[in-house]
Every structure is written in structure tokens, then in C-alpha cells.
Design a protein around this ligand. Structure first.
Ligand code: SME
Length: 167
């Protein structure tokens, strides 16, 4: 079961909000009763990647030791395998445990270009109820300025549920 439509980058805020609500419902039903963290990340990456036309790389980087992110389940071309906390957009989100939106990756100092086609990016932390960072969700788009407030809200809602369920 997948979200029925593919949302385009031209979608309005209302359309984005509705689409995220649908996708969240689908993800909840897919993960119902699942307690395996890798299975959950893989399912979320696949579901998101196929529900938004402007998601060109969608995946997780896991915290494997203090200050290090290692690639997890993803969809898209191959990504960088390891990202120290001090590097890139993913590192910035991991350090601050806060979402980072980069409308134009060329203007973000330290951006790690895994793909030359990426133009904008959003990275959302997955944090447990007691404040521990488990992973970050990284979504890259080949469109400039692809991600807005509704994307942030929608992806944060998914990551919050993951953080609660997989502490
Ligand atoms: N662009 C990211 C690196 C990860 S990949 O794009 C898949 C960053 O700057 O953290």
C-alpha cells in the first residue's frame, strides 16, 4: 500500500499538508507492530521517495558512535558512506538536533556534494523522547528551493514518531 499520488514541487502548502497527512497514515499502517529499526528506516525511505516527485535522494544516516553518521537505508544514487558531525548539512542537523533546510546547496558552506544534480536539501533529526539522537533523515532535491514549512512539519512528524518508537 502506497500513497496514491505523486506530489509535484509546484504543489501548494495545502496540497503538501494533505499529502503528508496521507503519507503519515500509510507509514503508520506499514510499520504497525514492527520493532526492527532498519526495517522501519527502509520502509520510510521507500515510502517518502515514491510519494514526492521532488525527492531525488531520500535516506537515513545513523549515529554509530559519538560524532559520526554512517549511511543507513536510502533510495536514490549512492550517498557518502560516513559523515562526521562537523561536516555537511547532515552534520549541522546532527550537532544541533534541529532541522536544517538548505534552499541552495551552493550557498551552504561545507555542503557535501554526493550528487552533482542536488540543488536543495532538508535534514531532519530523529531524536528519542529522552533527547538522544538516533539518526538524521536527509532528503535531496534536484529542484532549487524545493522544501518549505510543510515539508519540515511533515517530515518532523514522521521522525518524531520514529524517535518515540525506536528509542
Ligand atoms: N549533502 C549531504 C550529504 C549526504 S548526501 O547528499 C546523500 C550533506 O551535506 O550533509
Amino acid at each position: 500500500m502506497s500513497a496514491s499520488t505523486l506530489l509535484l514541487v509546484t504543489a501548494t502548502s495545502d496540497q503538501r499538508r494533505e499529502h503528508y497527512a496521507e503519507v503519515l497514515t500509510t507509514i503508520r499502517s506499514l510499520l504497525d507492530g514492527e520493532d526492527d529499526w532498519v526495517a522501519a528506516m527502509a520502509t520510510v525511505a521507500s515510502e517518502l521517495h515514491h510519494a514526492f516527485a521532488y525527492f531525488d535522494w531520500t535516506g537515513f544516516y545513523r549515529v554509530t558512535k559519538p560524532d559520526l553518521l554512517v549511511i543507513g537505508p536510502y533510495q536514490g544514487g549512492h550517498g557518502c558512506l560516513r559523515i562526521p558531525f562537523e561536516r555537511g548539512v547532515c552534520g549541522a542537523a546532527a550537532r544541533t538536533k534541529a532541522t536544517v533546510i538548505v534552499p541552495d546547496v551552493e550557498k551552504f558552506e561545507g555542503h557535501i556534494a554526493c550528487s552533482s544534480t542536488t540543488k536543495s536539501e532538508i535534514v531532519v533529526p530523529v531524536v528519542t523522547a529522552d533527547g538522544r539522537l538516533l539518526a538524521v533523515l536527509d532528503v535531496d532535491s534536484n529542484e532549487r528551493d524545493a522544501f518549505g514549512e510543510e515539508d519540515q512539519r511533515g517530515l518532523e512528524a514522521i521522525c518524531e514518531e520514529l524517535g518515540r518508537a525506536f528509542a
